[in-house]
Design a binder for this molecule. Structure first.
Ligand SMILES: [Zn+2]
Length: 216
């Protein structure tokens, strides 16, 4: 074989290996952890006998369904109405269990799902809380908030940095808290209980996670 033929053959081989590697990124191995806030004795906010803990679980199940339809595996920190402490409810034990589940999950990020309540009923709108325990958190929070603004079309809220939230301080993987809306606003409370709106939230979070994963 001529020297030039060998060089061409080598170049083709190198190019084939390079292209093969560049396009062989498996996207079926993406795991996201979803934490349905509260549970058990700790119902979270309660309005007209409707517990925040029940709504966060309903919304989290929708998130799992929609994410998995789109190739993202989901780990839930709880799948029943119960809390996560062993035996009698102890808030700290429940929180430590949640944090450990998230930190050992191998998930690329975690979203803790909550609903807001305020003593003035006019306030409404989904909002993301974050801190800087993981350096990716500010970007994750911003992307998730923007997606909620774009797809829910009913909030212009801005992300809020909080240094005094146990979960945010202890979770080491990229993480933020999604307050999906205000139970204290009658109109939004009705939306938050409807399956259609719960799916809308799930899609808004899916598109946010997809945007986040484009960079990380
Ligand atoms: Zn809550």
């Amino acid at each position: 074989m001529k020297k030039t033929s060998i060089i061409i053959l080598l170049l083709v081989l190198i190019l084939t290996v390079f292209i093969g590697t560049a396009f062989a990124i498996p996207n079926d191995e993406i795991w996201v952890a979803i934490d349905p806030g509260h549970g058990g004795v700790d119902g979270g906010a309660v309005i007209n006998d409707v517990k925040e803990a029940s709504l966060t679980l309903e919304i989290s199940f929708k998130i799992k369904e929609i994410f998995e339809q789109n190739g993202i595996h989901v780990l839930l920190t709880r799948e029943t109405e119960d809390d996560l402490s062993q035996g009698d409810f102890v808030k700290r034990e429940d929180m430590i269990h949640r944090v450990n589940t998230l930190n050992t999950s191998n998930a690329c990020l975690a979203l803790s799902i909550h609903l807001n309540k305020f003593n003035i009923s006019k306030y409404r709108g989904a909002q993301v809380f974050y801190n800087t325990t993981n350096s990716c958190n500010p970007y994750l929070a911003q992307v998730m908030q923007q997606s909620l603004i774009t797809y829910l079309k009913n909030t212009n809220r801005k992300i809020v940095k909080r240094e005094n939230i146990f979960l945010l301080n202890k979770v080491t993987i990229p993480c933020c808290i999604i307050e999906c809306g205000f139970m204290s606003n009658p109109e939004e409370f009705a939306l938050l209980q409807s399956e259609e709106y719960q799916y809308k939230i799930a899609y808004a979070l899916l598109y946010g996670v997809e945007d986040y994963l484009k960079l990380y």
